[in-house]
Design a protein around this ligand. Sequence first.
Ligand SMILES: N[C@@H](CCC(=O)N[C@@H](CS)C(=O)NCC(=O)O)C(=O)O
Length: 241
Amino acid sequence: MAQLTLVSHRLCPYVQRAAISLMEKGLPFERVTIDLADKPAWFKAISPLGKVPLLRVNGDSNETVIFESAVILEFLEETEAGPLHPADPLTRARHRAWIEFGSAILNAIGRFYSAAGEAAFRAEGEALSAMFDRIEMELADRTGPGPWFAGARFSLVDAVYGPIFRYFDTFDRIGDFGILDDKPLVRAWRMALSERRSVKEAVDPDYPQRLHTFLRAKASHLSEIIRQGDQATLLPQVRSA
Ligand SMILES: N[C@@H](CCC(=O)N[C@@H](CS)C(=O)NCC(=O)O)C(=O)O
C-alpha cells in the first residue's frame, strides 16, 4: 500500500478538504506542515504552483506528487475504498459543480476579510450572502431531510463546506455580519458539519486563535473591527488596573 503524506498549512481550507476525505476513508497519512511565508526549498521544488495541499504518494520504488485539492480528492476516489462521490454520473457532475462553487466561496471569503474600507467590506459581505442564498435553494431541492448536502450520506461536497463554515465561527466572534441570516437549511448544515469528527480533526485545536491572529494582522476593514473590539475589551481592564 502506498504511503500518503499531506503537505499542509495550518489555516488552509483546501488542505482541510483533503484531510477530511482521508479521514472519512480511514486512510493512514502523515501530515507535514509548512510556513507559506517562508517556503522550504524542498517544497518549492515539488510544488509547481507553490501552493498547498500536495499529496505525496510513495509507492515501492517511486514517489508521485499530486497538486490541486480537487485532483487529490478525485485521485482518492479512484484509488481508495469508501466512496464519497455518488455513483450516478449526473449526480456526481452536480456534486463536482458544487465543489467548484465552494472554491468560489473561498475566494469570496478572502475578498471579504481583505476588503479595505467599509463600503467594499459591506459589498463583499452581500456578495457572500447571495452565494449562500443559492446554496439554501439547492438544499431546499434535496430529497429527504439531510443532515448532509445529499441527504443521509456524507459526500465530498460536505468535506469542502466544513472548512468554509469554520470561517464563520471566527467571524461570528468578531461581529454580527448577517451573511448567513435567514438561511435555516444552511444553518442546519453548518451545525451538522461542525459536529462531524473528520471536520473537527482537520485542524489543530489552536486554529481559531491562529485565524484570529491572521485576520487581525491584515490591513483590512475587518482587522480594524477586530482591533476596535480588542480595545473595547482591554479598556475596562486598564481602567480597573
Ligand atoms: N486551487 C488550489 C488552491 C490552493 C491554495 O490556494 N492554497 C493556498 C493556501 S490556502 C496556498 O498555498 N497559497 C500559496 C501562498 O500563499 O503562497 C487547490 O485547490 O489546491
